[in-house]
Design a protein around this ligand. Structure first.
Ligand code: ADP
Ligand code: ADP
Length: 244
């Protein structure tokens, strides 16, 4: 069974203005994508094509106007409110600017541990510390870093911390929205290698959103091209990027 099965997802934004009737804008138009466990799906498309809207709905941060998101056997938006809320807080996205998810006033150990508090299982202090140490090591950092603050790290290290935070609840999928776009080229390559390595070692699937076609070509198994709220092309990276 697929890990993620997005079925005919549509999202309308309605804007209200004082002088005219409400304007309806279709940000997603019948989008369907499928992802297998431990796969990397590259979502590309120009700015405004609907990539972030799709990502936010899969992360349960937003609701579709119509359509379905099947995740690991669950019909996401048919879950009871409490379970949906729990999933939303346990599931972390990785963004272009890791400062978006790293609280500058908080030690990174605490930031990385935060999503654990949304899990149904109540972990003890020791279990939480072990889990944080383990994910920090899996992204190339160490337990010695837990008492430091975000500003003490480089951009690439902060992105590693954001990835560790996303992994701490052991999700089967991580959504990364432009995770390398703000980084220097050599650091971009390190983060791409890390993502491929995490897929290999931990079996984590990634929904990788980027306007950087070279990055997507480098790591994605399957590519989906969005335009005007639709998926206009999808297939193996080789076909999408190299078929004339
Ligand atoms: P992308 O991530 O590909 O740049 P988005 O998903 O951010 O695209 O945007 C898709 C479309 O939906 C755009 O036309 C954008 O202006 C519109 N949109 C996005 N978020 C909102 C919102 N909160 N309210 C109204 N329109 C929005
Ligand atoms: P309750 O506390 O409401 O009786 P459970 O403790 O059995 O329910 O919660 C299990 C459900 O919560 C799962 O079926 C799942 O849908 C949801 N859930 C909890 N944690 C997560 C998570 N980290 N990721 C996804 N879903 C989660």
């Amino acid at each position: 069974a697929p890990l993620l099965d997005v079925q005919e997802l549509t999202r309308d934004y309605v804007s209200h203005t004082v002088f005219s009737s409400p304007h309806r804008h279709r940000a997603l138009d019948s989008v369907s994508i499928r992802m297998e466990p431990a796969s990397i799906f590259g979502l590309v498309g120009e700015s405004g094509s609907g990539k972030s809207t799709l990502a936010r709905i899969v992360a349960a941060l937003d609701r579709p106007t119509s359509g379905k998101v099947m995740f690991d056997g669950d019909d996401l938006f048919a879950l009871p409110a409490r379970q949906l809320m729990r999933r939303r807080s346990a599931f972390q996205m990785v963004f272009q600017d890791p400062f978006g998810s790293l609280d500058p006033r908080q030690r990174i150990g605490r930031t990385v541990a935060e999503p654990l508090h949304a899990l149904p299982a109540h972990l003890g202090r020791r279990q939480i510390e072990d889990r944080v140490a383990e994910v920090l090591e899996s992204v190339g950092l160490s337990v010695d870093h837990t008492r430091r603050y975000p500003h003490e790290f480089s951009g690439g290290q902060r992105q590693r911390i954001a990835i560790a935070r996303a992994l701490v609840t052991e999700p089967k999928l991580v959504i990364a929205d432009e995770p390398v776009s703000a980084l220097d080229l050599s650091v971009q390559a390190q983060i791409l290698n890390l993502i491929m390595d995490l897929r290999e070692r931990r079996g984590v699937a990634f929904l990788f959103i980027s306007h950087n076609l070279a990055a997507v070509d480098c790591i994605a198994d399957t590519v989906g091209v969005m335009y005007g709220g639709r998926i206009v092309e999808t297939g193996p990276a080789d076909e999408v990027f190299r078929t004339p």
